[in-house]
Design a protein around this ligand. Structure first.
Ligand SMILES: O=C(O)CCC(=O)C(=O)O
Length: 267
């Protein structure tokens, strides 16, 4: 079992190093996928002013289910070969595109937006639906992680999730690959890779959770405590980041989930 896990980790790392992304299948089970979908519905009800593509990290500080989900051992076991044993969270964001009206994410490089030093970070994109070109799955330009981080440009000519994107002359769309995933699968991508996604023009939801994991040696450069800074596994490096304690579940305040009563001790 351990040998199989090591082999999978080595395969994922070599795909990631070559192409800038990798795919791990069936990482979490159907029951947890269902809980994450219920979480999106709960967040939408609590935040009626936000589009479901915008349920982001500022909502996370006091949300036990969200921390439980990103701290799932199956996800962290996949992350560990990339980051080592001391793993923290930088950010996490549901990008849930509703049927027919889900917005596109314009071509971009994530690292251009992030206050991280050094830029050592991997993104997990956890799929909560069958995601395909029809409902706006993520698209990547393989091997574009070798391009330096560019300045992103504000874009209001087309409705889009980020409100910005990169210079189109740097993107060779003919090279784009659709990242087709089933519920519970995870794609893993590099902070420099060029990626985006089209609008959801189908009659199905396209729900996914981005999870930005950092090694405890990566500093989040922020004057205020970062709302989604959590130590998830291992040890903090003294003086590097200030982490929130894991929030404890309170009935009536938080979304109930399996194991919520005993959840809440930081590692
Ligand atoms: O969810 C998407 O369509 C795009 C996700 C993305 O841009 C990211 O994870 O960095």
């Amino acid at each position: 079992m351990i040998a199989a896990a090591t082999e999978t980790g080595a395969r994922l790392r070599s795909d990631y190093e070559r192409d800038g992304y990798a795919i791990a299948r069936s990482v979490i089970d159907g029951a947890l996928v269902e809980e994450a979908r219920a979480h999106i519905a709960w967040l939408m009800e609590k935040n009626p002013g936000l589009r479901p593509e915008q349920l982001g990290h500022t909502l996370m500080t006091d949300d036990p289910f969200w921390v439980r989900l990103v701290a799932d051992d199956r996800l962290l076991d996949v992350a560990e070969p990339f980051l080592g044993p001391d793993i923290a969270l930088f950010a996490s964001h549901y990008i849930a595109k509703p049927p027919h009206s889900g917005q596109p994410v314009l071509w971009h490089q994530d690292g251009s937006y992030w206050p991280l030093e050094p830029m050592e970070v991997v993104t997990f994109w956890l799929s909560l639906d069958d995601v395909t070109p029809e409902n706006g799955c993520m698209r990547v330009i393989p091997r574009s992680q070798n391009l330096d981080l560019q300045t992103m440009q504000r874009r209001s000519d087309v409705e889009n999730v980020l409100g910005s994107g990169m210079d189109a002359s740097l993107v060779d769309e003919a090279e784009a690959v659709d990242v087709v995933l089933a519920p519970g699968d995870v794609s893993i991508h590099h902070p420099n890779i060029i990626h985006g996604s089209n609008a959801n023009t189908s009659s199905r939801w396209r729900r996914g959770l981005t999870i930005r994991y950092i090694p405890a040696t990566t500093r989040i450069v922020s004057k205020k405590q970062w709302p989604s800074a959590f130590l998830l596994r291992g040890q903090a490096v003294p003086g590097v980041n200030q982490y929130h304690p894991w929030p404890r579940y309170q009935e009536g305040k938080h979304l109930p989930f399996r194991g919520c009563e005993t959840f809440g001790s930081s590692p």
